[in-house]
Design a protein around this ligand. Sequence first.
Ligand code: ADP
Ligand code: MG
Length: 441
Amino acid sequence: GDNVEEVEKIITAVRVRPVSDSEHASNCQVVMVPDPKEPGMCIIDPVFFSAANKDSSNRKAYEREFRCDYFFWSANKLHDVEFATQQKVFESCAKPLVGHCIAGFNCAILAYGQTGSGKTHTMMGYQSNEEGAGVIPRLCKSLIEDVTTLMTDKQHKISIEVSYYEIYNEKVHDLMSTSPEIPCRVREHPDSGAYVEGLTRVEVKTYTDVSVVLRKGDKHRAVAATLLNSTSSRSHAVFTVHLNQTLFDASDDGNVPTTSAASGVQRQSKVCLVDLAGSERASASGVSGDRLTEANNINKSLSTLGDVIQALSKVGSHLHSVPRQNSGGSHFHVPYRNSVLTWLLKDSIGGNSKTVMLATVSPTDHAFNESISTLRYVERAKLISTHATVNDTTSDAHTITMLQKQVASLQKQLSDKEQNGGETSDDTNKLEEQLLNKQQI
Ligand code: ADP
Ligand code: MG
């Protein structure tokens, strides 16, 4: 069919969290400086703060500038910079995905940053009050509201399902199953790509259903971490919202068709919300056995993600210089299959997807090197172009049904004409011609 395709860049965002109590206690320096005019920030090399250099006139020489599509300053209240609340973060870079998902596009938000920088706070937040809720609960709430509104005109039949799994040590654990510690198999479907075999999907109709899933998932995440002797900072948590839509043609008056569901377009899309493992290099020094395997596997998933971004950014910059038709990208090797994370997220990063890379950083000098490496990661992600297409799987079936209806109507008109006189008029010839044309399709 004529599936809609849009070319666009990965959306990048950076959020700076407040100085923590332990950072305060150890006399930290704040090295992040927001740029009030443009989305972006400067990061000051801590060398500047050593007594000899400390003169604000030469600070520029120690600054490194970074640009992104959205910059969220959540460190403290400044008079000329908007403070980014959980609501603000959601509104800016997550809410637009609700509409995209309903329109049939796959979407993803990847939270990237070192342990303790605010990934889980941003993605999940806390449930105890409404203000503290992060991107995941807010997005679910907004999607349920929009879907409920859409369902009131009878042309949409929509269900929402969620799944929640964790990748630890290159193994997938279903956080909605009764035994999350048992790894699931990852398999490859010839059309739809990699998937987790037997992954639990829970239908959610209300926000209360979502809260139940989130609470259970987080409890299971902790249980699995204990049983596997890991911590959440070493695993990637993937929360997926699946949208299944049947769209009926407006000319059907919204009546459920009597023939089959084939006369409605089936549209399946999803939003993947990913809380990645801490981006700090898991040190392989001084550890052995399980801990060494674990360190290597964390490095493997995140470094493969880096490789994928690197490869895709080459495809991306290539796209700007050549016409779209010649840019299939097949001559660039993108190593999706080198880790479970990138294999499963293939259609959410650089593939058939609208993607947000949301990086979190600490504001202080303690995290300087990690923050620089996080911001470099974001700069590379900014270069990626994605090709998002609407996932209408049965649009051909829909077209055939429409044509069959037209043929039937023409046949009826023709036989009515013949019964009412039988002479071959111009009208009848035209009808016969139209009928032949339709039947040939
Ligand atoms: P990560 O998941 O990246 O390891 P967390 O989200 O657990 O980091 O954040 C570490 C700590 O900092 C937590 O106590 C969290 O509540 C706090 N924190 C992180 N980001 C923010 C923020 N934007 N506002 C207030 N507190 C935050
Ligand atoms: Mg976390």
